[in-house]
Design a protein around this ligand. Structure first.
Ligand code: GTQ
Ligand code: FE2
Length: 347
């Protein structure tokens, strides 16, 4: 369609106005092609350094109050290639909550999750189940569940929020509802979903088959134990030691649209290069290493984030003498559900 002759282009231009009256058009010279041979994402791969983020978080802790839109105090990881969002499907934001603060209850059709970065003493309540959050924990807020956060500790707490907002918006499925009060009543035992399903090995025999993941909390200690056990398996050529957070009732990803994984890149690991559809955001839990994304080298260390654009070649290396741990969130479950997932490996 792009080799349109001058004569044809002129005829198409003439048609344009007439067709527009009927809400129709033909392809015009200069229109972007509707197919590219492979993905050409608007989103860019980006590296955020903790040394830059930390002072910004302190600043918003002082200068931004818990006002409208939630109310939440967040520093969004903004992708310079997009109008909004960290990737074209999800938003990652760092939430800061100060001692005594309450992030009031609401629910939304976007799925949300939190990975705790710093501090302790904040409790989140999801559908009446409260959970005390600690560093390294993953806590889920499935679509349309009531949730609020209350900080009962005595130091600021910081966590990563991830919501599939851009995916939801592209589907025009945005719903939001504030709760009638500040916080919901707590009506079950603390950690009840974890008590029932958290081992991943055993479950209450009477529990009815769940249509969504019934487990809301994935404590860091258990995830780390599982990862250390998996270190005895043969290494993954790209990712070394990696585990996915799963729905313990059927082994599917912990959320339907977003996937979360925890991995070890052991000292000396030199990974294989690969690319795939879908976007992913990494958080460096500990250690140091290098991820090469196309032509760029991201030399990362604890607290850094990086986001990898779809179909970008990337490769992880740990050239230090200490193991490194990365946590990631991605939109791969959505791509797989829609049969849009593809990957390639460099031999
Ligand atoms: O904590 O409920 O970063 O609703 C964005 C939207 C956090 C939350 C965000 C939200 C929340
Ligand atoms: Fe929310």
């Amino acid at each position: 369609m792009d080799n349109i002759s001058e004569e044809s282009a002129a005829r198409r231009r003439e048609l344009k106005e007439h067709l527009a009256r009927f809400n129709c058009r033909v392809h015009q010279a200069g229109d972007p092609p509707f197919f590219t041979r492979e993905p050409k994402p608007d989103m860019q791969s980006v590296h955020w350094r903790w040394s830059d983020l930390q002072p910004l978080l302190e600043r918003i802790g002082h200068e931004v109050d818990l006002a409208a839109a939630g109310p939440r105090r967040t520093l969004r990881l903004h992708n310079p290639g997009l109008a909004v969002g960290t990737t074209h499907t999800f938003w990652g934001s760092i939430q800061v909550i100060l001692p005594g603060e309450v992030a009031t209850a609401h629910r939304h059709s976007a799925s949300a999750l939190r990975f705790i970065m710093k501090g302790q003493g904040a409790w989140t309540t999801v559908e009446g189940e409260c959970y005390p959050m600690a560093e390294g924990d993953l806590v889920l807020t499935p679509a349309w569940t009531w949730h609020d956060h209350v900080h009962k500790g005595d130091e600021p707490m910081v966590w990563l929020d991830v919501l599939d907002i851009s995916l939801m918006k592209s589907m025009e499925a945005t719903f939001f509802e504030p709760y009638a009060g500040d916080v919901q009543p707590v009506h079950t035992l603390p950690d009840s979903s974890w008590r029932a399903f958290g081992s991943g090995l055993m479950r209450p025999p009477g529990a009815k088959p769940a249509t969504v993941n019934p487990l809301l909390a994935y404590p860091f200690g258990m995830a780390e134990t599982a990862l250390n056990a998996a270190a005895g398996l043969p290494a993954d050529p790209c990712d070394d030691v990696i585990l996915e957070y799963q729905n313990p009732t059927d082994g599917s990803p912990a959320m339907r649209t977003l996937g979360m994984q925890l991995q070890l890149l052991r000292a000396g690991f030199n990974g294989q290069r690969r690319r795939h559809t879908g976007s992913k955001l990494y958080y460096v839990v500990r250690g140091q290493g290098v991820t090469t994304v196309e032509q760029e080298r991201y030399e990362w260390s604890q607290g850094d984030f990086m986001v990898i654009a779809p179909w970008a070649w990337h490769q992880h290396q740990n050239n230090t003498s200490q193991d490194a741990m990365l946590w990631q969130v991605n939109d791969l479950p959505t791509l797989k559900l829609l049969h849009y997932f593809r990957e390639e490996f460099q031999p």
